[in-house]
Design a protein around this ligand. Structure first.
Ligand code: RUB
Length: 313
């Protein structure tokens, strides 16, 4: 898919979910690099940097997106020619996509061990990492039941129940506000992540933090499934992650909204679950407590404060 079309598809949420967004961006950069005719090294690198900026500006919250762009473009300064730079991008993009898919498989194995035979699991939004854990538990022969939320206003829960149904997993579909009514029936909550911050908090689909609060109150285990490219280096330097707020018409049609000129719809699409409400984060490097987030950023991803400037992410 051409770069501009990928950027549009991410912006309009035809491509959505932090992992899929990251892989689509990596593939778009690789394909864009192949399509550039210039043989001039400097203009090639300039054009690829602009391409990265276009993709980065599509959605602000999922850190997997800037992380993927950084990984694909990071070695360009060492390129000796435009052809060399193209080769580096292809290699980095393919390696990132492969590593992302492998990470989800590893997470599935670790996450499935968190799920007991006979367990009832709650999941929110549509996370391929969280679903991979549930599907793997089912594959291992565990008898499981899943509660899946509706996820207003985009109804990503419909995508989730399609996947669960395809894997013949018994599922209860509930409105978001019914979570607390059912929380005592739940053994474990498994959600995905758009960003993991250095203080161990996790940013995910709006409503996740309310679920975490309910789970905490009910002493129900709450874990997140997150590949390490969802950890946010900038948060180590004190930067915060912007929470995307989408247009009001996604919640209330313009036709109704026009009748109420004093009413303003607010539509933040992510929220922050504090570390205190998180029992564990399942990554491809293992099941870790939220307090390990800084070490994932510095030891595993290789970031330190000197590398995190205003120009970085
Ligand atoms: C998707 C969402 C998902 C995370 C993790 O939000 O919040 O839970 O991105 O997903 P949106 P995954 O639909 O607004 O993109 O595990 O697939 O990366």
């Amino acid at each position: 898919m051409p770069l501009i079309r990928t950027a549009d598809a991410i912006r309009t949420m035809q491509i959505r979910g932090a992992g899929r967004i990251a892989r689509a961006a990596a593939a778009a950069l690789r394909d864009h690099a192949a399509s550039i005719e210039s043989s001039d090294r400097v203009s090639f690198i300039k054009e690829m940097t602009q391409a990265g900026d276009i993709l980065r500006s599509t959605r602000p919250t999922a850190v997997s997106l800037p992380n993927a762009i950084h990984i694909v473009l990071r070695d360009l300064k060492n390129a000796t020619s435009a052809d060399d730079a193209r080769g580096i991008i292809t290699k980095n993009a393919d390696a990132f996509i492969r590593a992302s898919e492998e990470a989800i498989q590893t997470i599935a194995g670790i996450g499935a061990r968190q799920i007991g035979d006979g367990d009832t699991i709650l999941t929110h939004c549509n996370s391929e990492a969280a679903l991979a854990c549930i599907i793997e538990a089912k594959r291992q022969g565990k008898e499981i039941v899943v509660f899946a939320t509706e996820v207003r206003p985009w109804n990503q829960g419909l995508l989730t129940i399609e996947v669960l149904n395809r894997h013949e997993i018994e599922t209860h579909y509930i409105v978001d506000s019914a979570v607390r009514a059912f929380i005592n029936d739940i053994d474990i909550v498994i959600a995905g992540a758009d960003a993991v911050c250095s203080d161990g908090s996790v940013i995910n689909k709006i409503g996740t933090s309310q679920i975490a609060l309910s789970a905490h109150e009910a002493r129900t285990k709450m874990v997140f499934a997150a590949e390490t490219y969802k950890f946010a280096p900038r948060t180590l330097a004190g930067y915060t992650i912007p929470i995307e707020e989408r247009p009001g018409f996604e919640v209330l049609s313009d036709e109704i909204a026009r009748k109420y000129p004093f009413v303003r719809v607010r539509n933040p699409v992510f929220d922050i679950t504090p570390a205190a409400y998180i029992d564990g984060i399942i990554t491809e490097t293992g099941l870790i407590p939220p307090s390990y987030a800084p070490s994932v950023i510095s030891d595993h991803l290789g970031w330190d404060l000197s590398l995190i400037g205003d120009g970085a992410f």
